[in-house]
Design a protein around this ligand. Sequence first.
Ligand SMILES: Cc1ncc(COP(=O)(O)O)c(C=O)c1O
Length: 401
Amino acid sequence: MKKKNLKFETLSVHAGQHPDPLTGALNTPIYQTSTFAFKNVEEGRKRFMGEEDGYIYTRLGNPTTTALEEKMAALEGGEDAAVAASGMGIISAVMFALLKQGDHLISTDSIYGCTHAFFEERLSVLGIETTFVDTADPGNIVKAIKPNTKAIFVETPANPTLKLVDLEELAKIGKKYSITTVVDNTFCSPYLQRPLDWGIDIVIHSATKYIGGHGDLIAGIAVGGKEIMEKVKMESIKDIGACISPFNSWLMLRGLKTLPIRMERHCENAMKIAEFLESHPIVEKVYYPFLKSHPQYEIAKKQMRLGGAMISFEMKGGYEAGVRLMDSVQLLILAVSLGDTESLIQHPASMTHSPIPEEERIKAGITNNMVRISVGLEHPDDIIDDLKESFEKINRELKLY
Ligand SMILES: Cc1ncc(COP(=O)(O)O)c(C=O)c1O
């Protein structure tokens, strides 16, 4: 693309897209191939030696995936990107590129259950220790730093407590102590929040969510400096093998073209639903960054364009009421994952966050009666009606308000 300083919406359509030199096809083709033929031995040798650009084998790179890397790097404002077969695939690939035996990692206590398990149970086997702290308070991060701390990994907003980390403060800590900062930006997508703009080193996405946007693929993406992304691709992903299929890269190229308009509608719906929940007598507490009641509302307004589409809440009647709600809803779908066109409802304590030991989970604010909603693209009145009818049914049964 020749034009510079383009707006986000324009980049989401055009970045990474170059008409096919052979046919003129406007959209990037799906290069559904495992391997690439060399013209002669010398060409193959040069590609393996890194002396010449070009493709070798899809685990090491593929043109459809290159187009996606280019688009995501442009949207997050980074130099380069790496794509993996899942969010967990990219998290492990990045951590293997950053850490080695004897290193120390700091992470958020409220974090996606499998990320917690990867740090606590997989990295520890390799002699890499993780300290989990409440990263909403930057002072806790500083207190946890050790001489061998090499990386800080946070989610903001965190899954499922919606706690935030001040990205500007986190980047300052990273720079002051020469520690690499990594932010899981899954809940926001680059349309709502761009951590690299605040000085963060690496951004991670479970691209399964808003990047794909349609609930039909599993993928992970990282964006950061050229050197570290090269290491993630040509060392971690190459040797771990968590490479993406060209078809899934193509689905994300397609999904990203509508990211801004999808996010606008997701967030508009979520704001209405968060306000409805907060006003309903059966609801005890709502966690949503753009509600004034959120304890870090000012930070949310500073670093997020809109409040996102993830809402967590607790009901009167505790766990029993929450279970009845999830079994009563007719439109909301009882399923994990998020960022789909459909609204999803789930119970973090028994589902997404069950890998975290109970005592540690509750201390991190992931209570047994917390319910999480991923607000989709339906009409918000229909979602509200579904919740309202279910609340009334539960109240008839349990007399809660
Ligand atoms: C915040 C966050 N990060 C990472 C992941 C892992 O992504 P994936 O399921 O694509 O491996 C998830 C999955 O739900 C998530 O919610």
